[in-house]
Write a protein that binds this ligand. Structure first.
Ligand SMILES: [Zn+2]
Length: 194
């Protein structure tokens, strides 16, 4: 993803950036473009609101993605879903936007407590993400949905969670950081085997 190349400022202190590629402000040391929800988690609530309005004034894909991440961290899941949908209408091959959209649709809750249409929508987002780029994270979340919504309720489902977990392994597995971010966003703990 590209930034709007001219006149990039720090969302925190407003200083102009000397090196766009660096992504850290020389003046205050803050992150410039948030690229993961976890990065937004390092910001204070005040900073988060400031960052969100900064990104809202920009139209490039990286800023829209960053806005969605801030909204996720602020638990504004409906707004975050809208931001990721808008981004995907313009940049349909952004697999991570589909992944975060799946989590925005789950709205901070685990699959177990969701109605079926929410589960179907989240799974369809993850299918789109995996079709663009087979990343372990997409299969891992799919496995958790299969486990938590279907298998815990003894619903018959194929392919099952073990299948999606094996796909995640084949893609190199996920990092501890990715796992922590994922379960924080669903406000639950990973079950045994995850
Ligand atoms: Zn700064």
């Amino acid at each position: 993803m590209e930034y709007e190349s001219k006149s990039i400022q720090c969302p925190n202190c407003g200083a102009p950036l000397s090196d766009v590629g660096k992504n850290v402000c020389d003046h205050c040391g803050s992150t410039v473009i948030v690229r993961r929800v976890r990065e937004a988690g390092a910001l204070s609530p005040l900073q988060l609101s400031k960052y969100a309005s900064f990104y809202r004034g920009k139209t490039d894909g990286a800023s829209q993605f960053a806005l969605g991440c801030c909204q996720m961290q602020l638990k504004q899941f409906t707004f975050a879903a809208g931001t990721f949908r808008k981004l995907l209408a313009e940049v349909p091959d952004n697999a991570m936007a589909y992944y975060y959209l799946a989590l925005a649709v789950l709205a901070g809750k685990r699959p177990f407590v969701q109605p079926r249409p929410v589960i179907d929508e989240a799974e369809s987002c993850l299918e789109s993400a995996a079709a663009i780029e087979p990343h372990a994270l997409f299969f891992y979340l799919r496995a958790f949905i299969r486990n938590d919504y279907f298998e815990r309720k003894r619903y018959r489902v194929q392919p099952d969670s073990a299948y999606f977990l094996s796909l995640a392994e084949e893609c190199g597995g996920i990092s501890d950081d990715e796992r922590d971010e994922l379960f924080e966003l669903m406000n639950c703990d990973p079950p045994a085997g995850f």
